[in-house]
Write a protein that binds this ligand. Sequence first.
Ligand code: OSB
Ligand code: MG
Length: 377
Amino acid sequence: MELRSARLEELELPLVEPFETSFGVERRRRFLLLELESADGEVGYGECAAATEPLYSGETVGSAWEMLTRFLLPPLLARADADVLRFRRDAERYRGHRMARATVETALIDLAARRQGRSVGRWLGGRRTRVEVGVSVGIQPTVPALVRRVGRYLDDGYRRVKLKVKPGWDVRPLAAVRSEFPDLELWVDANQAYPVAAADHVRAFARRFQVAQVEQPFAERAVRAHADLALHAGFRVCLDESIVDRASLDDAIAARALTSLNLKTARVGGLLSARELARAAVRRGIPAWVGGMLETGVGRAHNVHLASLAPFRLPGDLSASDRYYSQELVDPPFRLGPGSTLEVPRGTGIGVEVVESVRARARRRSRRLTRSDGRRR
Ligand code: OSB
Ligand code: MG
C-alpha cells in the first residue's frame, strides 16, 4: 500500500472533571490525532496518548510531535509498501517513544482494516461483540466527595472501580468507600507513588479493605519490590508502567512480580505489541486487561477493539465517552451498556466517525506531510 499523505494535528479538549493521580492533575487533555490517507483514497486514524508533561512516562505531546514529523512519518510516506509490519520493522531501530509509534501503528491498522472491509477488532482476531469495563476514579478533594463520585458511577452501571491512591490518600478513602459499598469490586492504582519501604503499609490496606488488585505501587524498575508484595499477597499485583516490551514482561514474570497485567496500546507501542504481550502473559496464567490514558473516541475505539481479543480477561479502564468528555471526538460516542460493558463498534476500521466540527474547534496546530517530505530526507 502506498500512502498519499499524513495529517498530524494537536488537539485540546476539556475533561468533564479534573483527573488527579499521584503524579498530577489534568483538566484539559492535549493530544495528537494522526490521519493517514492511502493513494487509493482510504483513511486511517490514530491518537497519541502522550500528555503535555512527562509525568506518567517520559513522552510528551511535544516529543511525540518531533518523533512523528521527523523520524516516523517521512520514511513511511516515501515507501511504496507502507504497511503495518513494514512500519514496525523500520521503527525498531529507534529507542523508546512507544506512544509516538503506537500513533502510526494504530492509524495503519485502521487503514488496513478499512481496505479489507473489516473492523479493527476482527483484523486483530477478536471475537467479542461487547467488552467488560470499569471506571478509574481520580483523587478527589475530600473523602465524602469520593464516596459520592463512586456512588454516581455505580448508579451509571459500572461494576468495577479503580481508585487512584498515593501516600496520604489511601486508608481514609478506602475505609469510607468500603464501608459504603461492602460488595464493590475495588482496585487501586498508585502510579509508582510508594517507596519500597512502604510495602507493609500497602499490603495492610489492601487486605484490610478487600482490594482485589493493587496496580503499580512502586517505581517502574522496582521489580523485586513488586515480587515481594505479590508473594502470598491475597490480592493481585498488577504492573502498568514497568512493562513496555517482551523482555520487561518476561523478566517480570520470571521474577513473579505480577499476577495481573495492564496493557495499554500507547505504552507498549501499539496494538500488535499489546496482543503479543497479552498472549504471553495469559500462557503463564496471568490475566491481561486493557488500560487507558483518557483517550478520546479515536484511541478509545482502538482500545475497545483490542479488548475484544480472548486474552483480555479482566474488565478494562475503558469507560463511556461521557465519563471523560462532554464533546466526544467521534460519533457515535461510547455508551455504557448492560453488565458494565461497551459495545465493540461493528463498522469497518475503528467503526466510529471523527466529528469534523469538534475536531476543528479542538485544533491547536496542524501539519500535512506528503510523499515528497519523505523523499527529501
Ligand atoms: O495509570 O492507568 C493509569 C490515566 C492517565 C495516565 C495513567 C493512568 C490513567 C488511568 C485512566 O487510570 C484510565 C482511563 O483512561 O480511564
Ligand atoms: Mg496505571
